[in-house]
Design a protein. Structure first.
Length: 275
């Protein structure tokens, strides 16, 4: 896995911005959850970054769950702390194998859920540090690395989901991120932002589910994604401008092809209106 300060494309840009957001859960009145869900949702941390910090695309190990809003609805504040590590490959110029990176995350915010469970949202602030980040060895060649780096990431994240009707839903997200090297023995990267890390990201997605007629089982979706400017090199001398993309999606639940198949646990992923 490439380190944060390497030049070139990075595969860890948040996948949450690469397609339709996940539909809100639990389902609103008038819907039933698909078999086997039992209402348990793995808690995902709010940040995916090019440095391998805990991210939205990477669930933390263990049975962590999001804070539930009080019934029948309202606001619920929360605070969480998490630690993690990530093995990395490679050696320094003395032949010493690199140690795993270590990270610590604080997160605090508030979660909202309407009384009818059709509207949900979360506003949170996060502060993440990561140690043992490989950086260029100031006493070696340009290709030598030493584990003398530390990355600090902090920011805000807003997520909202809403069912306008039983078959129309909206999902939106906004992330504001400030990330920089807070320690670097070479002195070159101190205060610099890792490559391919946008300072802001936003998305809006709309879904329309068809439950009746010839198109029953189909899902139509459309959305827009925005990413702020990113740096192309470790010294932040060149940038990729901000950009906005429009997406379209078409899905079909194969459980609708056979009535008996749709009744089997795990055969369908759709949330259908109660009859």
């Amino acid at each position: 896995m490439p380190e944060a300060h390497h030049d070139g494309p990075n595969p860890l840009i948040p996948p949450a911005q690469a397609g339709p957001p996940v539909a809100p859960y639990p389902p609103p009145p008038g819907r039933t959850a698909p078999p086997g869900t039992a209402g348990a949702v793995v808690r995902l941390l709010p940040l995916a970054t090019a440095t391998g910090l805990p991210g939205r695309h990477r669930p933390e190990p263990g049975p962590l769950h999001p804070p539930a809003a009080p019934e029948p609805g309202g606001f619920s504040p929360f605070v969480s702390y998490a630690e993690g590590f990530e093995p990395i490959t490679g050696q320094d110029r003395h032949g010493k194998t690199f140690e795993p990176t270590a990270s610590q995350q604080w997160e605090a915010g508030v979660k909202y859920q309407s009384a009818d469970r059709r509207h949900q949202g979360t506003l949170s602030a996060f502060h993440i540090t990561k140690q043992n980040e490989p950086t260029r060895d100031p006493n070696g060649s340009p290709y030598n690395k030493t584990q003398a780096g530390e990355v600090l990431a902090k920011g805000l994240e807003l997520e909202a989901n809403s069912y306008l009707t039983d078959n129309r839903s909206l999902a939106a997200s906004l992330t504001l991120l400030d990330m920089a090297f807070s320690k670097d023995d070479s002195g070159e990267l101190l205060g610099k932002t890792p490559v391919w890390v946008p300072e802001r990201q936003a998305s809006l997605w709309a879904n329309y589910d068809v439950f009746e007629g010839a198109l029953a089982g189909a899902t139509l979706g459309a959305g827009v994604r925005h990413a702020g400017k990113t740096h192309m090199d470790s010294l932040n001398t060149d940038q990729v401008p901000a950009y906005t993309l429009v997406d379209l999606a078409l899905g079909y639940d194969l459980g609708y092809l056979n009535a008996n198949l749709g009744r089997r646990p795990g055969a369908t992923v759709r949330q259908q209106p109660v009859r």
